[in-house]
Design a protein around this ligand. Sequence first.
Ligand code: ATP
Ligand code: MG
Length: 413
Amino acid sequence: MRQSKLFTKTRREAPSDEVAKNAQLLVRAGYIHKEMSGVYSYLPLGLRVLNNIVQIIREEMNAIGGQELIMTALQDKELWSRTDRWDDEKVDNWFKTSFKSGGETGLAITHEEPLTRIMTEHISSYRDLPVYAYQFQNKFRNELRAKSGIMRGKEFLMKDLYSFSKDEAEHKAFYDKAREAYMRVFSRVGIGAQTYVTFASGGIFSEFSEEFQTVSEAGEDTIYIDEGKRIAVNKEVCTDETLAKLGLERNNLVEKKAIEAGNIFSLGTRFSEPLGLSYKDEAGAEKSVVMGSYGIGPTRLMGIIVEILADEKGLVWPEGVAPFVYHLVSLGHDGDEISKTADALYTDLAQKGISVLYDDRDLRAGEKFAESDLLGIPHRIVVGKDAVATGEFEVVNRATGAVEKMPHAKLVG
Ligand code: ATP
Ligand code: MG
């Protein structure tokens, strides 16, 4: 990709009403556009990062047997009334609207109800179980707080997986696998070291739900970490009784601010019973399906990565999620030797399928370097006079600042 063709531009200033570091930097670097408070669009660079995060999650969900589908955002009032989650008194963040033909609908806050109903058409026998289905889909929540940038959108992407199992044992085996898969996701996107399995409220069948909390000053939650055991407890459930149950000691806990990156729940028969999702077991007895739900926010993850890794110069992307792996910065002008050398390297890199953004614009070096720092692409290849003279290119690591000299053949090879 040639930067001269990229329509997004960097900006000196973030919108004055934007208080979150993640959104400020992402707007300035041209990754996202702020439409309204808590409402963002993803521009080409931002979409590349988001797609990389999505792909990592998809691979990990497929690896534990997940099957991808996609459901509609429009929700059926009658269905949600059956589980008592339609009333604004019960769930206070619905965006609701009405059909011209009459009747109300809502924009999906989550998808337990519609998927459970779909499964009533596909599950009737023990032979049909277990099933694990997931989607990447925009959720809509009328969030009151809007100071966390893309970490708290009113419309945001969620990966939600739902498990359908015969009994508690089968459910538990999958739930444990899902926890491991989540931790692999956080490692692969570069926040594994800062992310803790955290006991929290919201458990329906089991006593707790498990959150994946990433330590950050920008977090809205408070957690208590046992570093030795690498687990944490959310403040909302951190009582002496809870600690005793979990075998934790208050003296070993450290209080930190954290951001919820993901959340997994054992649902038991909370949804299968009211919605009539049952199966015949081996003995012919009718049983309710045992469910779990597993949520993770790719857009929130993108925000978390920025909060944790960005520095005073701008964004810093880990290689696994970066929009490009290399930023080729030419310091040449109008077809001079430097430009020709940079062009040749770009052509060879592109031909090899190496992910590279080529800054081919005629700008001052200082301006280009500052912008390159802001964009946060992991490796910067500099093409200046020295490169033409020696045939070796300076490759600067964005995260560490380390500089390496590499010849054309090594870069392309
Ligand atoms: P929070 O407590 O932060 O409001 P939640 O517990 O309501 O989040 P869940 O219903 O557990 O969120 O959703 C699953 C995942 O979706 C969360 O762990 C988070 O990664 C993501 N998520 C939730 N709300 C938002 C939002 N408003 N914007 C972006 N991502 C979100
Ligand atoms: Mg949650």
